[in-house]
Design a protein around this ligand. Sequence first.
Ligand code: RB5
Length: 171
Amino acid sequence: MKIAIGCDHIVTNIKDEMVQYLEAGGHEVIDCGTYDFERTHYPIYGRRVAEQVVTNEVERGIVICGTGVGITTSANKVQGVRAPLVRDVTTAKMAREQLDANVLGIGGRITGLGLMQEIVDVFLSTPYVETEESKQLIASVDALASTSRGLDGDEIFDEFLEKWEAGCYVD
Ligand code: RB5
């Protein structure tokens, strides 16, 4: 499967481990960054992964930050993305079966690597089970995102990146 993955600077090593794991499992991975531990801004990477998914460049996305909250919320703001923040295998399975979730959110400082790998395996292998009810629910959920800035250029993040540089934010 073709998969896009992205993270913030807090969990780059965990993202790199996940890339290796996915590639070892025969998947093709688009690594949307970040690529080092220099401070960055997680909405950038949530958006990049989301963009790959909604333009059908990839089949699924994976986003990872410290808690998973920020980057998953960011990805969900892009129209067409359904991204659960997952900490257990059952949620990964249900999110695929019932919601046809297309991006997986993970807290790299919360969930251990072994469990993370199991969650990813289940998220990638579980098919969506289409029913009249699930179709309607997904249509309702998707309709909530009427417009998205998700496909705009990266310059929308400049203000925040400048603040990082100026030391306004502390991890
Ligand atoms: C660090 O920037 C931290 O806020 C981030 O990794 C994530 O946990 C946010 O939800």
